[in-house]
Design a protein around this ligand. Sequence first.
Ligand SMILES: C[S@@+](CC[C@H](N)C(=O)[O-])C[C@H]1O[C@@H](n2cnc3c(N)ncnc32)[C@H](O)[C@@H]1O
Length: 240
Amino acid sequence: MEEWIDYYDSTHTIYASKRHRDLHFQIIARDIIGYISSPDSVVLDYACGEALSAVKVADACGKLYLAEPAPGVRGRLIARFAPNTKIRVRSLDDLRHMDEASVDLVVMNSVAQYMTPEELDRAFAVIRRLLKPTGRLVLGDVLRPEIGMGRDVLALLRFARAHGFLTDALYGLASTALSDYRQLRSRVGLQRYSEAGMVAKLAAAGFSASRAHVNIGHNPWRMTFVARHALGQAPRSASD
Ligand SMILES: C[S@@+](CC[C@H](N)C(=O)[O-])C[C@H]1O[C@@H](n2cnc3c(N)ncnc32)[C@H](O)[C@@H]1O
């Protein structure tokens, strides 16, 4: 859904304050690092956003690819991380030209909700090709059908209270209620999947997956899945 890419390329107010934004990326980096199994690992962060703590992730692995569709965000990533030889910035299209079976860990966090089901299938096909046979895809922050925006608000308020930015969060929620985000969320919508639905979708893409005990990031009502190449099974083709 292009509208969401444009939204993330704009000067949006998804983070209530600098503190919220910095903490968000610190926690995502910490959680990504938890999935890195070796210091030599090649890691791909698919639709990474601003990735403000990417240096920490890069310190924990051999090479970090930051892939981002929004051109403005990507330009900032290139400028920010140019001095770091372990970090490479890519567009999503660039990923189609990377070597097959060259990546140990792909993380796609808080992205699936912004894609149509068909876009997500195409992304899974690109990722499956890139993953080594032993590699893993970690798909985080997946929204469930039965959980509405109220839980997102509650999760943010709890996160804010625990980290001392409750006032910013309350102002942020008020401005979000009046913002493009709210309009887009009701007009374009967000994709939601049940646990079984996402496991089946990943299976159709040639992955064997299960839900992780905890979600990446701060929202316990959203789900994370860990997927690997399903042994001896070719992915279902788009024409099936
Ligand atoms: C909530 S941010 C998540 C960023 C980062 N992964 C994180 O966990 O903080 C959503 C990301 O999805 C990207 N995005 C939005 N719509 C998309 C689409 N239709 N296809 C691919 N990526 C999309 C945005 O550019 C943005 O980087």
